[in-house]
Every structure is written in structure tokens, then in C-alpha cells.
Design a protein around this ligand. Structure first.
Ligand SMILES: Nc1ncnc2c1ncn2[C@@H]1O[C@H](COP(=O)(O)OP(=O)(O)OP(=O)(O)O)[C@@H](O)[C@H]1O
Ligand SMILES: [Mg+2]
Length: 251
């Protein structure tokens, strides 16, 4: 039996008035595949992510998760089905500790809102899971620190911890390296590399060092259209891609 792609987008279009922000975009991500989405500012990358996650309703086209068209599903339904994007910083609870933030996501992944009433076994299972996540992200020592006291780079790692606690099948990251130091970016790359193999990743990023190091393939979006999809080497050496994007970035 042929396995359905983890994520499939077919003929997606989105218009804001006369602005065609997404134009007949089609691509698929096999299970466990790591794809970068690159392109100039204003190309429509974030708008595309918003349509995949359900923040924006496309004008036409379909988004399928494991073969099921989810275009009419709510954001929450999509998350429950395994389509998760990293949280925005302002969606973290600043007055709660790192552990408590991650716990809320781990509970949400089980359709729960609080640990009250859970069995001891269930609680310790969740505690082990949180411990593992914090360890993967190098956040163990910061577990009891309030999020509001964390430096920016650490908060971004907490966002990823929350996303992972939701047990994604497809993880969408929109510029996770923005505002991070080189050292924090290398932690981020290590974390992304250590993700469970079955998770498909779509990462929007302007940091080409990260993209070339991490991605298995790259799609290039220009003015709402996919210009190219290929391996890192193919896209990197493509003359048109260099002309419209890479060549302007001194890489
Ligand atoms: N809600 C909206 N209403 C109207 N136009 C919008 C809306 N959201 C985005 N746009 C426009 O859509 C275009 C694509 O924006 P988008 O943010 O998706 O680009 P991007 O590729 O993510 O850019 P960047 O690399 O700067 O993050 C831009 O021209 C933007 O002004
Ligand atoms: Mg964007």
C-alpha cells in the first residue's frame, strides 16, 4: 500500500483583494521529511503557513493531512490531528514556570486542561515526558524559572517544547532562528535534528546556513508562487533562484 503524504497542498490560492498572495501552490511532504520554505520578504510564506494551520481560509485548493482534506477543520482540530506550528511567544504564560507551560501543552495533547483528578500513574507519565522534552531542548535547569524571566532565545526553545508536547506528525516552524544568537541557532539545529524521525517538518527560514545544514529539500516561493522545489544542491545552484533570492543574500 502506498503511504499518504504527511502533508499535501494542492492548487492553493489566496487573494487579499487584488493581491494574489498564494497562487496555485502544490507540494507534498512525505512522512518524516524535512523541507525548508524560502523566498524574499513578502513572498507569502507566512500566509501559506497560516492557510495550512487554519488561521487563514484559502480562496481555493486543498490541504490534506495523511490523505484527509482538512481545509474546513478548525485550528484546534488540526492540532489534535497532529498538525502543529510553534507557538508565538505571546502565547506562552509568562507568569508560569517553563515546566508548567509545557505541562499545559502535554495535558492539552490528551484533551485535558489541568492535572487535578489524574491518577498518580498518569501524572508521573506526564512528568517523565516533560523531563524528556526539557532535556532534549537543554532547558532542564530552567524548568522552575518563570517564562517572563527567560532570555528571548530560551523562550523560543520553550515554544518548540510546547509544540513537541502536542505530539506533532507535521511540525511547522516560521522563522524559528529569528533573533537568536549563533550559539542559540546551533542549539536549535541540534534540537531539530534530534526530533523523532516520523515528524515531517516545514521550516520557513531566512538563515541560509541553518537551511542548508538542516533541510533535505527546499521549496522557493516568489510572489505567491512556487518557483522551485528540489534538493539543497539543486536549489542552491539554480540560476533563477540565485537571481531572485539567494544571490541577493551573499551566499
Ligand atoms: N491579512 C492580510 N491582508 C492583506 N494583505 C496581507 C495580509 N497578510 C499578509 N498580507 C500581504 O501578503 C503578502 C505576503 O505576506 P507574508 O507575510 O505571507 O510574506 P512572507 O513571505 O512571510 O514575508 P517575510 O519573509 O517578510 O516574513 C505581503 O504583501 C503582505 O503585505
Ligand atoms: Mg513571514
Amino acid at each position: 500500500m502506498i503511504q499518504s503524504p504527511a502533508l499535501q497542498v494542492v492548487d492553493l490560492c489566496k487573494n487579499f483583494g487584488a493581491l494574489r498572495v498564494t497562487q496555485e501552490v502544490s507540494f507534498h511532504l512525505p512522512v518524516g521529511h524535512r523541507r525548508a520554505l524560502i523566498g524574499p520578504n513578502g513572498a507569502g510564506k507566512t500566509s501559506l503557513i497560516h492557510q495550512i494551520t487554519g488561521v487563514l481560509r484559502p480562496s481555493s485548493g486543498t490541504v490534506s493531512l495523511e490523505g484527509t482534506n482538512i481545509v474546513r477543520h478548525s485550528i484546534q482540530q488540526r492540532v489534535r490531528q497532529g498538525l502543529v506550528r510553534t507557538f508565538q511567544i505571546n502565547s506562552l504564560f509568562p507568569d508560569l514556570t517553563v515546566i508548567d507551560n509545557v505541562r499545559l501543552a502535554a495535558l492539552a495533547a490528551r484533551g485535558l486542561h489541568r492535572s487535578f483528578g489524574l491518577t498518580v500513574d498518569h501524572r508521573s507519565l506526564i512528568a517523565v515526558e516533560i523531563e524528556r522534552l526539557l532535556s532534549t531542548l537543554g532547558l532542564v535547569e530552567l524548568g522552575t524559572v518563570k517564562v517572563s524571566h527567560l532570555a528571548y532565545g530560551k523562550r523560543r526553545l520553550v515554544e518548540i517544547a510546547l509544540a513537541l508536547a502536542l505530539k506533532p506528525k507535521v511540525l511547522l516552524l516560521d522563522e524559528p532562528a529569528a533573533g537568536l544568537s549563533r550559539q542559540e541557532i546551533s542549539v536549535l539545529v541540534r534540537v531539530l535534528r534530534a526530533l523523532p524521525k516520523h515528524i515531517a517538518v516545514l521550516i520557513v527560514e531566512h538563515d541560509m546556513e541553518l537551511v542548508f545544514e538542516y533541510a533535505e529539500s527546499i521549496s522557493v516561493l516568489v510572489q505567491g508562487r512556487l518557483l522551485r522545489t528540489g534538493t539543497v544542491d539543486e536549489v542552491r545552484s539554480d540560476r533563477e533562484v540565485r537571481d531572485v533570492y539567494l544571490g541577493r543574500r551573499h551566499v
